[in-house]
Design a protein around this ligand. Structure first.
Ligand code: KG4
Ligand code: ZN
Length: 351
């Protein structure tokens, strides 16, 4: 397999402080500026949710076109918010995958061109790696090693994080990602895209104990997940019900509880297996307050310290890309002349 990052080289980090980050892997255009000494200077985000909502999910071609429209205005807005000009930027990072091929290419081409024009290094960074390091942008940062639970629309994984680029996978979803299960279940319940926040809001109106959904794979050893069966369970339960609004809310409540329980059980297993007591939770589903409540009680019971990105950095954003770009560029890893993006790339194969 072709390596994701170039080889580490001798490089003088003193020369590289200020990195512009570009996120375009799916339906959010995110731009941010991270400074090694001062931290995050500014960030802007444009969400395409309204554009895709009418189709019930992300339409890849529309996503690419909208990224093209929004990138330049967002870069200008972010520079203005940081009171900077392009001449102060000394590195550019963009998301090189995993993600939607066309959407990734927009950010990659833009980032590479900007680097070329300014004569500064650029680096394409890994989306899931950026998610799991997003808590590094907060006041309380976890020390290595730690366990990361990354739950997004495209991926669900548990990994041991030993340092930048040193990741061992402990478990992944064998079918739907947790966020994908939220999105598909929301569709079944007649809710808008994205499904996660919509289910969370409906679940708050629901009551426990009306239904008992399975907790998939919790009795199986290991830390893998499976969520597609839950969605089928929701579909059958809904078909055999009165389909009232209250019933839908009760179903949403139990679905959310089942996903959270499953995630918590497997995460506790990963912590016990490794003996680690620091846990990072990131990705869009980490914004879910029910899941956070359940993780907090597990953490209390097992003496685990929890680290989250702020809710707006759980979902896709430019800040996590700028931070990771800063770290990778200062390891001397930067792009060659070619532009490459990847729709999929395993986290544990990064260097
Ligand atoms: O990390 P993210 O922004 O994009 C990907 O890399 O996929 O995650 C998006 C996913 C969507 O599936 C969305 O429904 C889910 O995160 N999500 C949530 C919540 N907010 C976003 N799921 C559950 N509860 C939420 N509050
Ligand atoms: Zn993401």
């Amino acid at each position: 397999m072709q390596s994701f990052y170039s080889k580490q080289t001798d490089f003088h980090p003193k020369t590289l402080h200020c990195v512009l980050g570009i996120e375009t892997s799916c339906d959010e255009t995110g731009i941010a500026i991270y400074d090694g000494k001062k931290g995050l200077l500014a960030h802007s985000l444009y969400s395409q949710i309204d554009l895709h909502n009418q189709y019930g999910g992300v339409v890849p071609e529309l996503a690419s076109r909208d990224h093209i429209r929004k990138l330049l205005p967002l870069v200008k807005e972010t520079l203005a918010a940081a009171h900077l000009t392009l001449s102060t930027i000394d590195g550019v990072a963009y998301c090189a995958g995993p993600g939607l091929a066309g959407a990734l290419l927009v950010g990659a081409t833009f980032g590479r061109s900007l680097g070329w024009a300014l004569d500064i290094p650029t680096v394409g960074v890994h989306h899931m790696e950026a998610h799991l390091l997003a808590p590094m942008l907060e006041k309380e940062v976890p020390e290595f090693p730690f366990i990361a639970l990354v739950v997004s629309g495209g991926h669900t994984l548990l990994a041991q994080i030993n340092g930048i680029g040193d990741y061992s996978l402990l478990g992944v979803s064998v079918d739907d990602a947790a966020g994908e299960a939220f999105d598909k279940t929301a569709k079944l319940l007649g809710l808008d895209y994205p499904g996660g926040p919509a289910i969370a809001a409906l679940a708050a109106q629901g009551h426990a104990k009306h239904y008992t959904f399975p907790r998939p794979m919790v009795t199986k050893s290991g830390c893998d997940f499976s969520f597609s069966g839950l969605k089928t369970h929701v579909s059958t339960t809904l078909k055999n019900s009165d389909q009232s609004e209250q019933t839908k809310a009760n179903i949403a409540h139990e679905f959310q509880a089942a996903v959270a329980d499953t995630l918590v059980t497997k995460t506790a297993r990963a912590l016990n297996q490794t003996g680690l007591r620091r846990l990072v939770v990131a990705g869009g589903v980490a914004a879910n307050t029910w899941l956070r409540k359940e993780l907090a009680s597990m953490a209390l019971k097992h003496d685990v310290t929890l680290y989250y990105p702020r809710p707006s950095f759980c979902t896709d954003n430019g800040a996590m890309i700028a931070y990771l770009g800063y770290r990778r560029l200062n390891l001397g890893q930067h792009d060659s002349l070619s532009i490459k993006t990847v729709a999929r790339y395993p986290l544990d194969q990064l260097n």
